[in-house]
Design a protein around this ligand. Structure first.
Ligand code: FAD
Length: 288
């Protein structure tokens, strides 16, 4: 099923993101973690695409396995900036053959040793969105950044480019993680005002370790509210307590989002079935 259809049929959705292995050595353990999450029967699961695109065949394989053998709708991520056009089109053919109907079209992060931009086949996700549309048959999603993309100096420009991506054929958006819901509410107000009307899925990260959050914030510059920092300071050195507190914080965030009309929630579950399961349990009467 296409996600645009799912969003029409279900008032609320809860979905999980998983990532493929970096190499063949971990394939079985990663596959089995994704299968454990699939057994929770979420509304859909997304499978990320390795930075640089080298492990794209695992994304196709895992997406296929979740859909074919567990009946879970798959959303396969696809990046373009470090790829050649032939590779992207080959991947699209593989995804079609695997029965995947949904793609999250991404630019991907720029590699530090990337060649001269004039030699790239793609510069922005909107170009990939246009090509997938030309290829035909897929429901296309894209990424958005409530706090602005790190490379973007002005959020106004970021929103203008987001509108271009939607106009190119992007049918829904998934947000980067955020820990302060007011940031999302403000972002939604601004994008709606800019004429972006597609469904926006809120990406929520249950933080289960102090190092994890430090790394994430360094990379993405995500804002941490004082209330959340206090939790990391107090429980960061006690892994089990940090995990419980991180899941509780994410649960509260989700309940507040739902109470304010943000109905589609995507959990960055980091291949951790126990985290996905606990979040789902916490919401069992809230999202069915
Ligand atoms: P774009 O939409 O192209 O935007 C990138 C930057 O370019 C922004 O600053 C934007 O404002 C600017 N821009 C856009 N168009 C123009 C234009 N015409 N002129 C000038 N500037 C422009 N990475 C992976 O490698 N694999 C994954 O599976 C993956 N999954 C992700 C899932 C989600 C939900 C999110 C939020 C991110 C994900 N990423 C993934 C990370 C993503 O690839 C990076 O954040 C990347 O730096 C930007 O990708 P994008 O698709 O948002 O790019």
């Amino acid at each position: 099923m296409k996600l645009t259809q799912l969003f029409k049929e279900k008032t609320e959705t809860l979905s999980f993101e998983v990532f493929p292995p970096k190499d063949g050595k971990n394939y079985d353990s990663v596959k089995s973690a994704t299968e454990e999450i699939a057994k929770l029967n979420p509304h859909y699961m997304s499978v990320t695409y390795g930075a640089g695109g080298g492990t794209g065949e695992y994304t196709v394989e895992i997406s296929r396995n979740l859909q074919e053998n567990f009946g879970v709708i798959s959303l396969a991520h696809l990046t373009c900036v470090n790829s050649k056009r032939e590779v992207v089109w080959e991947r699209l053919r593989q995804l079609r053959e695997a029965g995947i109907e949904n793609i999250l079209a991404l630019r991907g992060d720029l590699l530090p040793d990337a060649a001269d931009p004039s030699e790239w086949d793609y510069h922005y996700a909107s170009e990939l969105v246009s090509e997938i549309r030309e290829f035909g048959g897929f429901c296309i999603g894209g990424a958005c950044y409530p706090e602005g993309h790190v490379e973007s100096e002005h959020s106004k420009d970021d929103i203008r480019h987001l509108k271009e991506k939607v106009d190119a054929g992007c049918q829904f958006l998934t947000t980067q993680m955020f820990f302060d819901n007011n940031i999302l509410y403000n972002f939604l107000y601004r994008i709606r005002e800019a004429g972006i009307t597609v469904p926006v899925v809120a990406g929520i990260m249950p933080v289960t370790g102090a190092n994890q959050i430090k790394r994430i914030c360094q990379l993405s510059g995500t804002y941490l509210p004082q209330r959340f920092k206090a939790i990391v300071d107090r429980f960061g050195s006690e892994p089990a307590a940090m995990k419980q507190a991180g899941i509780a914080y994410a649960t509260e965030q989700i309940i507040d989002l739902l109470a304010n009309g943000v109905n589609h929630i995507h959990i960055y579950s980091m291949n951790k079935p126990e985290v996905a399961e606990q979040v789902q349990k916490n919401l069992s009467e809230i999202i069915r």
